[in-house]
Design a protein around this ligand. Structure first.
Ligand SMILES: [Zn+2]
Length: 211
């Protein structure tokens, strides 16, 4: 069986199982969405938002792209934020990066001429790496450099989101959180809680200790 076919067969099984577990599930789903969280994550296949947080369809409004970037001038990410804040009125925006991120690693390498769209997209990440070059150069190896830049990137996206007029001018501004996912153990680390005052602190609390 080819891969698309396998996905379709799996979909039928999932729909049957879900309906068997909760006969009202799809009726409620079709009625509309009311998610409380906007999730901005990386497109990496190993970091599926709903799976790693045990969420159901309808729980998360999701935007994923290479290296979980939010660009205020980019209609793609800005439109998702606008809709989430102004129409869905989400209470939380979560930027979730991950360690070992290929998009972040690319920002530390010479640009690949065959990846022009990626190069343009990650340009702000390259600039961020430049601004923190002393700290990054001080890391013990390439992997640590990538992981540290992944953390700095999450904080930078949180900063950009909080500074966005969409968030600033919202009737009830959402809290913007910065998280990072570890592929090795499947755990999320909280880098910044929802409050801007925490940005100055290095928060090492794990998801266990987060309120
Ligand atoms: Zn990634």
């Amino acid at each position: 069986m080819n891969r698309p076919k396998r996905l379709l067969v799996a979909n039928v099984a999932w729909a049957h199982e879900t309906a068997a577990r909760n006969p009202e599930f799809f009726r409620e789903l079709a009625r509309g969405q009311n998610p409380h969280v906007l999730w901005i994550g990386c497109s990496d296949s190993r970091v599926p938002a709903e799976t790693i947080t045990h969420c159901e369809p309808g729980d998360l409004f999701v935007h994923r792209n290479i290296a979980n970037l939010f660009h205020p001038g980019d209609d793609n990410s800005a439109s998702v934020l606008e809709y989430a804040v102004r129409v869905l009125k989400v209470e939380h925006v979560i930027v979730c990066g991950h360690y070992g991120c290929g998009g972040v690693r690319a920002a530390l390498l010479p640009p690949d001429p065959g990846l022009q769209h990626v190069n343009r997209r990650i340009a702000p990440l390259c600039a961020l790496a430049e601004r923190h070059c002393a700290e990054l150069d001080g890391q013990r190896n390439e992997r640590s450099r990538v992981d540290r830049l992944a953390e700095l990137n999450v904080r930078e996206q949180v900063r950009q989101l909080r500074a966005s007029p969409i968030v600033q001018q919202a009737d009830s501004p959402p809290l913007v959180h910065g998280w990072i996912f570890a592929l090795e153990d499947g755990r999320i680390k909280v880098l910044t809680s929802g409050y801007a005052a925490d940005d100055a602190m290095t928060c090492t609390a794990s998801a266990d200790s987060a309120a």
